[in-house]
Design a protein around this ligand. Structure first.
Ligand SMILES: CC(C)(COP(=O)(O)OP(=O)(O)OC[C@H]1O[C@@H](n2cnc3c(N)ncnc32)[C@H](O)[C@@H]1OP(=O)(O)O)[C@@H](O)C(=O)NCCC(=O)NCCS
Length: 220
């Protein structure tokens, strides 16, 4: 998350374009517009420019922004970020969902997925939710939808996340969703003039699908 949030990514290269074309059949729909994903507590949808004020209020607080790349500090800055997410989605590099609890039309957080290699085989995800919604179950509900989307719709094989070691909730959330900690990325994240260590967490598509079968069995 830390490396990806709110930071402009490089433009699509020639190689990426060629590989993207070869996967067009499975990925073209989400590149046109993200689907609406519905969970038990939240709905996820594409960001809208009108989400800018609520995202500013939710994500620019000290406790939310402590361990992530600095979010925009104005409504106009968030509008530019949202327009950028649409361009990057259209290019097939990236997807960003707004999180809305059922019964609300206000975005209270975001989940992002970006490709780490052409064709999205390996990808990185990240997330931030307004602190009023921490510990409510919103994270788990939204995270399952986004991971399903990455593996089932985009066709990702390996989903990575980075969390500063000091970020207790971020690491706790990743452990809880079933990610595996593969290692420590030493001094890999610059925050407030200081390099922080990060944990590298991964989920593989085959592990996720096996885990999903177990959840399904519990439900029925
Ligand atoms: C990351 C985030 C989306 C997770 O959502 P959340 O609602 O806080 O997550 P949850 O409460 O469902 O899960 C966090 C888990 O970490 C645990 N936890 C909290 N503080 C912890 C700490 N200091 N050390 C270890 N675990 C901790 C919680 O107890 C919880 O586990 P439990 O449900 O088994 O008790 C949210 O905290 C957030 O937006 N943080 C700011 C943005 C951010 O840091 N994003 C990057 C993450 S890599």
């Amino acid at each position: 998350m830390e490396k990806m949030s709110f930071r402009k990514q490089t433009v699509t290269t020639m190689t990426q374009t060629v590989v993207a074309r070869s996967t067009e059949a499975t990925t073209s729909d989400w590149k046109q517009a993200l689907p609406v994903l519905t969970g038990s507590m939240v709905t996820l949808r594409e960001l809208r420019l009108s989400d800018a004020p609520s995202l500013l209020a939710m994500l620019s607080t000290e406790e939310v922004a402590r361990f992530i790349s600095p979010p925009p500090s104005t409504v106009a800055g968030f509008e530019r970020f949202i327009a950028w997410t649409h361009r990057e989605r259209g290019a097939g590099n990236y997807a960003c969902f707004a999180v809305m609890p059922h019964g609300m039309d206000t975005a209270i957080g975001i989940f992002q997925v970006r490709q780490l290699e052409p064709g999205f085989g390996t990808a990185e995800w990240g997330f931030a939710i307004g602190s009023a919604y921490w510990g409510t179950g919103v994270f788990m509900d939204a995270a399952r939808l986004v991971i399903d989307f990455a593996f089932d719709v985009i066709g990702t094989h390996r989903l990575e996340a980075r969390a500063a070691i000091l970020n207790g909730r971020g690491n706790g959330a990743l452990r809880k969703i079933g990610a595996m900690q593969e290692g420590i990325l030493r001094r890999s994240f610059l925050r407030h003039g200081e390099y922080l260590d990060q944990a590298l967490w991964t989920i593989l598509d085959e592990d996720w699908k096996a885990q999903r079968v177990v959840w399904g069995a519990r439900v029925h």
